[in-house]
Design a binder for this molecule. Structure first.
Ligand code: 5AD
Ligand code: SF4
Length: 460
């Protein structure tokens, strides 16, 4: 995802400084997308405006992911390309700063500087508010080039209000970090311990986003439903209460939240799916595996039966809800029977859309040291089988909305003239011939045709 073409020289900004160009390349999850926008906001007062390519940037930030080995490989190969670009620019007298941010920065700070010495700065996900300070230190030619603490409280207090264009659908981070320690996962190490932002701050940000044109707010957290924000009077708010308060903002038409852990789906939140109309009927609820022994080895802290019961309870409150999930195949010790249990769980639940991955051993996590690692060929075969089943379910979910009339929130112009694109409550992208003036509005749309990647409809 690129945040190249955002104009940051609006009112209240320091327009006296010469404009410098900033290119941010974002890898990984939605929280990284949110963080990239905040980094752009943070650097705007220093005179940095967004650009679309690294080639004409004065500063490049790679906002990285560390979740699987491939994510890390991508970062190093991009750094290889940037090194050449930086050399070429230096020869023509231009200095280009390169910063590595995000989870790979957190996990491999020193190693990045050792492997790619041209990198100027390394900044972890909880320390990026210190970027301006780091740039100043670099200009002086002195001081630390790595910031990788976990001062989560400090970060949000230090960040300026979001100024970047939010779009119709906007991310809002409410919670960060994870205390669950699933045995395969790096997140508790890269993002640090769970921390919830105070509800007042979140509500203020939501109002500000709505005032800037956001009509859908997607609440983000690594463990978003573990949200427990403390208000000024010392009361702790669960996520359901926060959603209810945001639903009270008139211009916010839709609310979503991601990513949830099955263990944290409390009664109030389940109830919210039945009672709060603005809360969309689509829930990403990762289960990872359908086998109890694998779930236990993963330290997921629930059984497959617990998960099935949970899905049943949510469906009771909101019968039309669509589910998505993440799955890992080839976790150490996963037998054919374990894998079959995963397939059975998928058949039983019926998902609208899922992400599935081969297990990738991550340095420092308990599962990476397990003896019974699964061979690459078995992982490949299992992933293939699972993905065929998931794809069939996705096709069925898409077919199920054919000829129906659904509310669509229009988000942006489509590729063809006169076409705009929006999403159904179930997240299907829909292309409709309609005027641009409908962007930011919800209209009933009759779903008429399915193409490979999208759905076509017409205003009802
Ligand atoms: N290997 C493969 N997939 C992983 N995920 C997290 N860690 C790993 C790993 N080591 C997947 C999980 C998680 C999603 C974001 O990434 O399914 O829910
Ligand atoms: Fe990783 Fe598990 Fe935490 Fe999710 S709940 S971020 S998978 S440790």
């Amino acid at each position: 995802m690129f945040f190249g073409s955002i104009e940051y020289s609006g009112p209240g900004r320091d327009n006296l400084r010469p404009m410098k160009k900033l290119f941010i390349k974002t890898y990984g999850c939605q929280m990284n997308a949110y963080d990239s926008a905040r980094m752009a906001d943070l650097l705007a007062p220093l005179g940095y405006a967004g650009t679309e390519t690294a080639a004409d940037a004065d500063m490049v930030i790679l906002n990285t992911c560390h979740i699987r080995e491939r994510a890390v490989e991508k970062v190093y190969s991009e750094l290889g390309r940037l090194r050449k670009l930086k050399d070429r620019k230096a020869k023509s007298g231009h200095r280009m700063l390169v910063a590595v941010a995000g989870c790979t920065a957190q996990a491999e700070g020193e190693e990045i500087l050792a492997r790619v010495p041209m990198v100027d700065m390394v900044v972890g996900p909880q320390s990026y508010h210190r970027l301006p300070e780091m740039i100043a230190r670099l200009a002086r030619g002195s001081g630390e080039r790595i910031e990788a603490d976990f001062p989560a409280l400090e970060k949000f207090d230090a960040l300026p209000d979001a100024v970047s264009d939010t779009g119709v659908s906007a991310f809002l981070t409410v919670q960060e970090g994870c205390d669950k320690f699933c045995t395969f996962c790096v997140v508790p190490y890269t993002r640090g311990p769970e921390h919830s932002r105070p509800p007042e701050k979140i509500l203020a940000e939501a109002r500000m986003l709505a005032a800037r044109g956001a009509r859908e707010i997607i609440l983000l957290g690594q463990n978003v439903n573990a949200y427990r924000g403390m208000d000024a009077s010392g009361r702790s708010w669960p996520l359901a209460r926060l959603i209810e308060a945001i639903a009270g903002i008139e211009d916010v038409l839709r609310i979503r939240y991601t990513t949830s852990h099955p263990r944290d789906m409390d009664d109030d939140l389940i109830e919210a799916h039945g009672g709060i109309g603005k809360l969309m009927p689509f829930l990403h609820l990762p289960v990872q595996s359908g086998s109890d022994s694998v779930l236990e080895a993963m330290n997921r802290q629930h059984t497959a039966a617990d998960y099935r019961r949970l899905i049943g309870r949510i469906r009771e409150r909101r019968p039309d809800i669509a589910f998505s999930s993440d799955f890992i195949v080839g976790f150490p010790g996963e037998s054919d029977a374990d894998f079959e249990a995963t397939l059975q769980l998928v058949r039983d639940v019926g998902y609208a859309q899922c992400f599935s991955f081969k297990y990738s051993p991550r340095p420092g996590t308990p599962a990476a040291a397990a003896r019974k690692q699964i061979s690459e060929s078995v992982k490949t075969a299992r992933l293939d089988t699972l993905q065929k089943l998931l794809l069939a379910q996705q096709d069925a979910a898409n077919l199920a909305i054919m000829d129906k009339t659904l509310d669509v929130l229009f988000e942006k112009p489509g590729r063809n003239a006169d076409q705009i694109v929006g999403r159904t409550p179930y997240l299907n992208p829909v292309h409709v011939q309609a005027p641009m003036s409908l962007i930011g509005k919800v209209r009933p749309v009759r779903i008429e045709a399915l193409t490979a990647n999208s759905v076509k409809g017409s205003l009802a």
